[in-house]
Every structure is written in structure tokens, then in C-alpha cells.
Design a protein around this ligand. Structure first.
Ligand SMILES: *Cc1c(COP(=O)(O)O)cnc(C)c1O
Length: 797
């Protein structure tokens, strides 16, 4: 058991420290301190309390020679760090009292921290949840990624259209990280490979330096803290000009401008292929820096290289770091003088790969020309990997094919385990993208269904529900989420259901107040809050939702005195800046919102709101207030989803398709607490083979036909008949994502939702049942699965 600093923290000791930091770290007199000053002073005070457990964890890992896990990810969508620390150190109450005593509003101080938005969506948020669980479970681990100067763009709407502006989180002082100028590695690009006496050496054309910045990530109750190490690119000239530029000053200035761009911006898309040189350089940059760092730490402990997999497990979050295969081989062969074949085997035994998507356009490929120009030595090594693979299994599998380097095949062949992120997705990985490789390596593909951290996604974001749960089953569920099942005996208890309902209502009021204050929107808190929050993408089908909204509006107008269930439809999400159709969908939602919200006949029954700039902090407000969770992707397209888990856990039953983790959520919460609709993955495949399936579906659905005709007639666009030509043409003539085919089934499921919601008690029971049965979806369970089945890395506790 780890001994942590037993120093007790009281509101008074916090207050004293905050005042000290204000004075000595910020040089501010309390009388002139701004909200920002108070936040930094509070953050520094909290950070002081993370350092001890962090040191102790590192010490214990070295002393015990424990195996370490390395999680390589292009994205970490962390959000606010101040909340993580306050919650995990159990300092919420004390910090509130201390800030009040200093005359400051605790909530305003916390909300002043900008989100660390170093990711696009689910993939990056998963990495952040995993860091929380790795620390909570006391598994020695490092997260490795890029310290982007600009995170995901900020979204705002002009005339309903998405506009993007650069995000600048680092313009303020970022106190959670420690700069490590002494931890720096040269990263090379380009040049050529020279071979002498059969010995290859890479003579690079450009070099930048990767410089480490460490953020401690503390687990539940502060018992363990791991490190998130993010790399910033710096010009080589500041590092050691002589040793790798050899006085080549022109080369040095090239490197300087390259260094400036390499860690500057996050690519704002993780679902389409980018094919850009800078992206390849970013991927290689952080992977190469991380591997040098991993090998340095490993060798410093005095181990023999052959024992690498006994001490090191590396997880590749998607193919973005798949260059780790050839890079590790390169280090072993070119730097540490191993033979090629054993080096390939050693690298493979150390690496594992998580697949996140089946969308063909998202599978990474680099043109052979670009790849061999930027990474000439790796290009050679990949040819060796292909040859070694052929030697071993006697079947040719091409990594380099038709002029492309295929990163999925590379990641698979160089991994000891490959995993999907939900049961359905892992099955589809075996049957589709990697069917051939699965036949050659049966058992290599396994499943680890995603999860979410219950500390942030229940305890921290939903204090009202947290209290109801703790009042009912006691504490301890935060790191043992399956204990939520102890709520089950209370699901028919009037007192419990009243308390559950009161918590939901207060969360809806909290959201309404925030939307009023920040976005000038007024909403009816007695209505059902129907929430779809996620990246805007055709496969996620926000257009299916907005078409149903139009159809419902038509029905209400035709019979305004009917027995309607009042609804507020809430949308949130960003579209990739280059994704034209997704941007049209955003504009359509905003146009429909404008029209409907002005209709005096329907506006109390049906309202549409779309607050701009959805991010982690907004999710933390929206999720506890949601009554209905929209998880309506085309079956077979959403690998897992994690928004679906957060919402269900917080008492928001799902309307959804049999896609991703929805399947497992429905198994857990029970089919009577889940509103199922739509084609299954295999039915989707079959329907796509039918002639004119979209036009036929539209023809036989009067409601859908009418909604589409209204859009075409300019009813939501001030008479502009051309504004949504792209959306309409796509739906009539193509509709790859089968919006038209699922429309009627979705509309009917929504009417089942209406009926169920009218029984208020019955609905609260469904919501509470969702909470009681979602314990399995904790990311602690996911991480235990990786630790046991993939990493062989036990907890140190
Ligand atoms: C959880 C989360 C996501 C993932 O949502 P999905 O519905 O699974 O796509 C995306 N963005 C943010 C900010 C999140 O918190």
C-alpha cells in the first residue's frame, strides 16, 4: 500500500496557501486580484498536493521494477484539469469554503479555466478517461501525445453557419504542466539512407527537437499519479546544432520553420483521411520522441533489450502512431545493433493496436512517394517487415500496395494484440477490414468495450445525482461502479424516485439558466430534453433527427390540441471545417430552429436549441440535464460511442440503433428501458444492394416526403430553394447512410418515447434503472481488461 503524505487539508490551510500563491507566485495584492489571478492561485495550491503522490508513485515504480504501460495517442481531450484534481483529491467542499471565505465564487473560478481541447471527439476523450482509470487503478503508465499550441477550433454561428476561429488555450498561464527542458530528443525527417558493408545509416535532411511537458494525472483519492507527457516541437538550432546539422545553416532554418508548425495545430478531423505531409510529420514526431524516451527509461534500469516486452507494453490509439512499428525496429537495429528479424519480433511483442473505425475513408494510407521521401529508412524497414511476415506465415500480405503505405495493415502485423472497442465492432473488424489477417492470426483480434470515467462523468458533473446515490447506497461506488446495482431494490421506492426526479429537474434548471446567461436561449424545463451531442457527421445522422423534428412540427400544426409531449431538442457538435455536407446539416438545424421557435402555435410543445462550441465542459452541463439520449448512427458505422454511456449513466434512456456499444448498453439496461429502431448492420448491407432504395423509402413515407419538400421549397431558408440542394440530392440519389430507410422506424420509436414520457413516474423509473445498470461501462473495467488480456501489467496495489 502506498504511503501518501498524511497532511490534512482544511479550508483554512487551503486559504492560507491560496493567499501565499497569490502574493508570491503571482505577485498580486488580494485587493487587485482578478478572477484569473484567483484561479491560478487556487490551481497552484491544488497542484502542490498532487506532487507528493506523483513522486511517490514514480519512486515505487522504479523500486519495484514494475512493468509500465505507454499509451500513445494523437489526441487527449481532457477538458478542465482543475475539476479532475479537486474531485480526485476530495477537496471540493474545502475549496468552496476557502474561496467563499476569500470573497470569491467557487464555480466562477473553476469555470474560468479554458478546456484543454487536444482532441476532436470520442477517440481523444477515451484517452483522457483511460488516464484517469490508469491512475485510479495504480497501473504505472505514461500517456504520450502532442502539446498542440492550438487545440480544436472554436465554433460560432453566423446566420446559422459554422464559423471557425483558432483556439488559444496556452495564451493563459497553464499551471498544470511542468516543462522538462532537459528531456529533449532530436527527430529527423527526409534525407537518404546510405548502406555500407550491409549496414544502413539514415542521413536525414531536417531535424527538429521534441521537448517534454509533463502533467501529473492523479487518480481517485489521490493514491496514485501517472504522467501525461506531451511533446512540443522546437528548432534544432537551440539544441545541438553541431551534432545533427553539421553547420548546415540553411538546413537549420528549414528546421526552424518546420519546428514552428509541427506542434502548432490539431488536425480538426479524425474521420477522414488527411494525406498531408504535416500530419505524417506530426505522427512520426510524437511517436519517435516517445519511443526514444521509453527505451532510455528501460535501459536506465539495466535490463537487457531482449526483455523489453516484460517491462514495457505500448498501446497505439488508432493507426496515428502506427509508425511505432518500423521506428522501434529502426532504433533496435540502427542504434542498438540487433539483427533485423529478432528486432521485428521484439517490437511486435511490445506493441498493441486499437482499431477505432471501419469507415474506409478514415483508414490511413500514405502515398509511397511522400512516405519514402519523409521517412526513407522506415520505408526500407517496412519492406523487411513484409518479407519477414512472408517467411513466417508463408502468405503474402502487402503493407505497401498500389502506391500506398497502408497503416492499418502495418499496425496489425506489428502488434501482438489488436482490439476493437465494442463487441459488435470487434466482430466487424474480424469480418471486414482485417478478415484476411484474422485468418492468418486467429486470436490476435480481441475486444475491449470502451468505458467512461465515473469520477468526471457522474460524480463531478452531476452533484445532485451523486448525492441521491450516496444517500441510498453509501459512498465507494466512484471506483467500484458496479455497486450502482445496489440501487436496484429502490427502483420501486417512492422516496427514491422522488429524489431522483428532483435531481434531474434541478439539473435541467441549471442547464436552462446557463443557456439563458451564455446563449440568450429560454427553454421550457417541463418539456422533455432530447439531446444529440457529438461531432456532426453523416453517419451519426443529425439530419435524421432534424427531419423527424420537421415531421413532428407538421403533425402538431395539423392538430394543435392533441395530446402532445412537450420537447426541447438540443443539438451540440462541430463539423470538420472541410466537410461541406456536415456544415449544411448544421445550417439546416439552425434554420429549422429559427422557424419553429418563432411559431406561436407550436413553440411551447417543440423547441430546437443548438448552443455553439460544444466541448467537454458543455457536455458536463448537458448530460446531467438530458432526458433522452440520441444514438442514431447507421448500424455498423459507430465503432462504440462513449457519449451513449455518459448519458445513460446519468439517467437518460437511449433512442438508438443496434450499433457500437448501444448493443451492450441495451443488454445491460434491459430492452424495456431502451427505445430501439432501425435496420441492423447486416440489413443495412442488404438494403444498399437494392435498386433506388432511397427514392422508394421517400415515396412510401408521406411524412418524410413532406419534410423534404418543405426544405426544397425554402420553407426554412426564407424562400431560398437552393440552400439545401446538396443535402436533398444526397438523400434522394445516394443516401449511403440510409436516413430515408430508417425514417419511419425512427418516427414511430419517437412516438413510443412520447407515450412513455407522459407517464412521469414510469419514465423516472426507466431513467433510474439506466443509472443502476450502467456500472459495467466504467473505464476502470475497460482498463482492467486491457491490463489483463493485452498488457500483462498488474496494478501496483
Ligand atoms: C464523450 C464525448 C464525445 C464522444 O461522443 P460520441 O457521442 O460517442 O461521439 C465527443 N465530444 C465530447 C466533448 C465528449 O465529451
Amino acid at each position: 500500500m502506498l504511503q501518501i503524505n498524511p497532511e490534512t487539508v482544511t479550508p483554512d490551510s487551503l486559504r492560507t496557501d491560496i493567499e501565499k500563491h497569490l502574493k508570491f507566485s503571482l505577485g498580486k495584492d488580494a485587493a487587485h486580484a482578478s478572477l484569473y489571478d484567483w484561479r491560478i492561485a487556487l490551481s497552484l495550491t491544488l497542484r502542490d498536493r498532487v506532487v507528493e503522490p506523483w513522486f511517490a508513485s514514480t519512486r515505487q515504480t522504479y523500486e519495484g521494477k514494475h512493468k509500465r504501460v505507454y499509451y500513445l495517442s494523437m489526441e487527449f481531450l481532457i477538458g478542465r484539469l482543475i475539476e479532475d484534481v479537486i474531485i480526485n483529491l476530495d477537496l471540493e467542499e474545502n475549496a468552496r469554503v476557502a474561496m467563499n471565505a476569500l470573497g470569491q465564487d467557487y464555480h466562477a473560478v473553476v469555470a474560468d479555466e479554458p478546456d484543454a481541447a487536444l482532441g476532436n471527439g470520442g477517440l481523444g476523450r477515451l484517452a483522457a478517461c483511460f488516464m484517469d482509470s490508469l491512475s485510479t487503478l495504480a497501473i504505472p503508465a505514461y500517456g504520450y501525445g502532442i502539446r498542440y499550441e492550438h487545440g480544436l477550433f472554436e465554433q460560432h454561428f453566423e446566420n446559422g453557419q459554422q464559423m471557425e476561429s483558432a483556439e488559444a488555450w496556452l495564451e493563459q498561464r497553464h499551471v498544470w504542466e511542468f516543462e522538462r527542458p532537459e528531456v529533449a530528443y532530436p527527430i529527423h525527417f527526409g534525407g537518404h539512407v546510405r548502406t555500407e558493408n550491409g549496414q544502413a545509416s539514415w542521413e536525414p535532411g531536417e531535424t527538429v527537437v521534441a521537448s517534454a511537458h509533463d502533467t501529473p494525472t492523479v487518480g481517485w483519492q489521490g493514491k496514485w499519479a501517472n504522467t501525461l507527457r506531451l511533446w512540443a516541437a522546437k528548432p534544432a538550432a537551440l539544441f545541438d546544432l553541431e551534432s545533427f546539422n553539421r553547420g548546415d545553416y540553411i538546413g537549420a532554418s528549414v528546421a526552424e520553420s518546420l519546428a514552428r508548425t509541427i506542434s502548432r495545430v490539431l488536425y480538426p478531423d479524425d474521420t477522414t483521411e488527411v494525406g498531408k505531409e504535416l500530419r505524417l510529420k506530426q505522427e512520426y514526431f510524437f511517436t519517435a520522441a516517445s519511443l526514444q524516451d521509453i527505451l532510455r527509461r528501460f535501459l536506465s534500469e539495466g535490463h537487457a533489450l531482449a526483455t523489453l516486452p516484460d517491462h514495457v507494453a505500448i498501446q497505439l490509439n488508432d493507426t496515428h502512431p502506427a509508425i511505432a512499428g518500423p521506428e522501434l525496429v529502426r532504433l533496435l537495429v540502427d542504434v542498438h545493433s540487433l539483427e533485423m528479424e529478432p528486432a521485428i519480433e521484439l517490437a511486435r511483442a511490445t506493441l498493441n493496436y486499437t482499431n477505432h473505425t471501419l469507415l474506409p475513408e478514415a483508414l490511413e494510407r500514405w502515398s509511397e512517394g511522400l512516405f519514402s521521401r519523409i521517412l526513407p529508412r522506415h520505408y526500407q524497414i517496412i519492406q523487411h517487415i513484409e518479407a519477414a511476415h512472408f517467411e513466417r506465415v508463408g502468405t503474402q500480405v502487402r503493407i505497401i500496395e498500389d502506391g500506398n503505405v497502408k497503416m492499418g495493415e502495418l499496425a496489425f502485423i506489428m502488434a501482438s494484440h489488436v482490439n476493437g472497442v465494442s463487441a459488435l465492432h470487434s466482430d466487424l473488424v474480424k469480418e471486414t477490414v482485417f478478415a484476411d489477417l484474422n485468418a492468418l492470426y486467429p486470436g490476435r483480434i480481441l475486444n475491449q468495450t470502451n468505458g467512461v470515467t465515473p469520477r468526471r462523468w457522474l460524480h463531478a458533473c452531476n452533484p445532485a445525482l451523486r448525492r441521491v446515490i450516496t444517500d441510498t447506497i453509501g459512498t465507494g461506488w466512484q471506483d467500484d461502479l458496479e455497486r450502482l446495482s445496489e440501487l436496484e431494490p429502490n427502483l420501486d421506492d417512492t422516496g427514491f424516485l422522488d429524489a431522483y426526479d428532483t435531481a434531474k429537474r434541478s439539473n435541467k434548471q441549471r442547464l436552462a439558466q446557463w443557456l439563458k446567461a451564455e446563449h440568450g436561449m429560454s427553454l421550457n424545463t417541463d418539456a422533455m430534453f432530447d439531446v444529440q451531442i457529438k461531432r456532426i457527421h453523416e453517419y451519426k445522422r443529425q439530419h435524421l433527427n432534424i427531419l423527424e423534428t420537421i415531421a413532428l412540427w407538421n403533425d402538431i400544426r395539423a392538430n394543435p390540441d392533441g395530446d402532445w409531449t412537450p420537447r426541447v431538442k438540443i443539438f451540440g457538435g462541430k463539423a470538420a471545417p472541410g466537410y461541406v455536407l456536415a456544415k449544411s446539416i448544421i445550417r439546416l438545424i439552425n434554420d429549422v430552429a429559427k422557424t419553429l421557435n418563432q411559431d406561436p402555435v407550436t413553440r411551447d410543445l417543440l423547441q430546437v436549441v443548438y448552443p455553439e462550441n460544444y466541448n467537454v465542459s458543455m457536455a458536463e452541463l448537458l448530460i446531467p440535464a438530458s432526458d433522452l439520449s440520441e444514438q442514431i448512427s447507421t448500424a455498423g458505422k459507430e465503432a462504440s460511442g462513449t457519449g451513449n454511456m455518459k448519458l445513460s449513466l446519468n439517467g437518460s434512456p437511449t433512442i438508438g440503433t443496434l450499433d457500437g456499444a448501444n448493443v451492450e448498453i441495451r443488454d445491460h439496461v434491459g430492452e424495456e428501458n431502451f427505445f430501439l429502431f432501425g435496420l441492423t448492420a447486416s440489413e443495412v448491407e442488404a438494403r444498399r444492394a437494392e435498386h433506388a432504395y432511397a427514392r422508394n423509402a421517400i415515396k412510401y413515407s408521406p411524412r418524410l416526403s413532406m419534410a423534404l419538400e418543405q426544405i426544397a421549397a425554402g420553407e426554412f431558408s426564407g424562400g431560398d430553394k437552393t440552400r439545401y440542394q446538396d443535402v436533398l440530392t444526397n438523400l434522394y440519389d445516394h443516401d449511403y447512410f440510409l436516413v430515408t430507410c430508417d425514417f419511419d422506424s425512427y418516427f414511430d420509436a419517437q412516438r413510443r418515447v412520447d407515450a412513455a414520457y407522459r407517464d412521469q413516474r414510469g419514465w423516472t423509473r426507466k431513467a433510474a434503472t439506466n443509472t443502476a445498470r450502467m456500472g459495467w461501462f466504467s473505464s476502470d473495467r475497460t482498463i482492467r481488461g486491457y491490463a489483463e488480456e493485452i498488457w500483462n501489467a498488474p496494478s501496483v496495489r
